[in-house]
Write a new protein. Structure first.
Length: 95
């Protein structure tokens, strides 16, 4: 059975490196067009970089006052890497 092409795939689990490698493989195989992550902080992003893995096309971040303070370093790093506007989730996961 042939794999269907998907527009995007996000990772937000504790097995970050293994799952991210699987996403990178899916992108290389043409299964997905782009790959991104959800609620990765700066340490998570640096973990991907240190492993020599490609940087996510998007980092979907929760938009609450508490989450906003923790997201600032990740947003800054995304801008440095050319991700102009990270994806956003509304309060409680609603757009």
């Amino acid at each position: 059975m042939a794999a269907e092409r998907q527009r995007a795939r996000l990772v937000h689990a504790e097995t970050r490196l293994a799952q991210w490698r699987a996403c990178v493989d899916c992108k290389k195989e043409g299964v997905v067009k782009s790959i991104g992550v959800s609620n990765f902080n700066i340490a998570h992003l640096l973990e991907l970089e240190d492993a020599g893995l490609p940087y996510p096309a998007a980092n979907q971040l929760e938009q609450t006052r508490v989450a906003e303070d923790h997201a600032q370093p990740a947003k800054h790093r995304a801008r440095q890497r050319g991700v102009v506007k990270p994806a956003k989730l509304g309060q409680y996961g609603r757009p």
